[in-house]
Design a protein around this ligand. Structure first.
Ligand SMILES: Cc1cc2nc3c(=O)[nH]c(=O)nc-3n(C[C@H](O)[C@H](O)[C@H](O)COP(=O)(O)O)c2cc1C
Length: 266
């Protein structure tokens, strides 16, 4: 899959045709999930939830936000410091895989009934079900809810590059021309989906190191940054830019954001 193209293609899809997933698509997604590793040494898993299939058919509730999806993916993990971020990184890989197959998806953190999903998934006592996503064939029709929520606009609206990325410290916004080889990886961070499209991730470039930050105390801050880190690292890999994530003691600081991790170019 071409990551840059796929990131640009992905957008939240809330209305589906209702057509059941073709067997080859189901098999490809399940196979992809099975071989995925959770990054940062954390524990997480992704479960497949069929709609109206299995021994106990269920139609998981999404309060009208989603229509016509034939399956869902559910993200489950043991809550700890960095598990949500690692789990989100992994889940976004599957979202991109589905996008590449021509399927629609939509991260859902609020608009779904956890009880409905737990009937099929049954997380252990120490696990939480934080996120689900429908998977299906996108419909061209737009429903009133999507018109009210203005979802098309949310998809294209992202904060300016200079508001998200900084040069050496938080006092100096980074322009696209200053970003050098990191221009495309950062542009792909900017396209990352985030809860309510808040985009509360920031990065500071210091020579060959990028420091990543999130705005703390938001309900999905750890998830949102995990998606952003996924877009960044997969894009670097595709472009042949080698490096790795590392927690650093010394990094620029700012009162309104919390340091998460750095990426150091080799
Ligand atoms: C962690 C997370 C939670 C989300 N929760 C919901 C949700 O509960 N309901 C919903 O309709 N969209 C939800 N979204 C989708 C965002 O609204 C969407 O990604 C954002 O508006 C950007 O639009 P785009 O995905 O089309 O680029 C969520 C996204 C993320 C990353």
């Amino acid at each position: 899959m071409n990551i840059i193209e796929t990131i640009q293609k992905r957008h939240s899809v809330r209305t589906y045709t209702g057509e059941p997933l073709r067997q080859e698509h189901t098999a490809q997604i399940k196979q992809y999930i099975n071989q995925l590793q959770v990054p940062f040494g954390k524990k997480a898993r992704i479960e497949w939830v069929g709609v109206n299939t299995g021994e106990k058919p269920i139609k998981p509730g999404t309060y009208g936000f989603i229509k016509g999806a034939s399956a869902y993916l559910a993200l489950i993990y043991e809550e700890d410091d960095f598990a949500a971020t690692a789990a989100a990184y992994m889940f976004e890989q599957v979202i991109l895989f589905c996008t590449n197959l021509g399927l629609g998806t939509c991260w859902l953190g609020g608009s779904f009934s956890r009880n409905d999903f737990k009937k099929q998934i049954k997380p252990n006592a120490d696990e939480i079900l934080k996120i689900v996503s429908p998977v299906g064939y996108p419909s061209d029709k737009k429903r009133w809810l999507e018109k009210i929520l203005n979802t098309d606009r949310k998809h294209i609206s992202r904060k300016p590059f200079e508001e998200l990325f900084f040069d050496k410290d938080f006092d100096h916004p980074l322009s696209e021309t200053q970003a050098g080889i990191f221009l495309t990886p950062l542009k792909m961070v900017r396209l990352a989906p985030s809860a309510n499209n808040k985009q509360e991730w920031r990065a500071v470039i210091e020579d060959k190191t990028l420091h990543f930050y999130k705005k703390p105390f938001l309900k999905f801050d750890s998830i949102d940054i995990g998606i952003a880190l996924c877009h960044f690292e997969l894009t670097c890999k595709e472009l042949g830019i080698e490096g790795q994530f590392e927690k650093m003691q010394n990094h620029p600081a700012n009162d309104s954001v919390e340091y998460v991790i750095s990426w150091i170019q080799k």
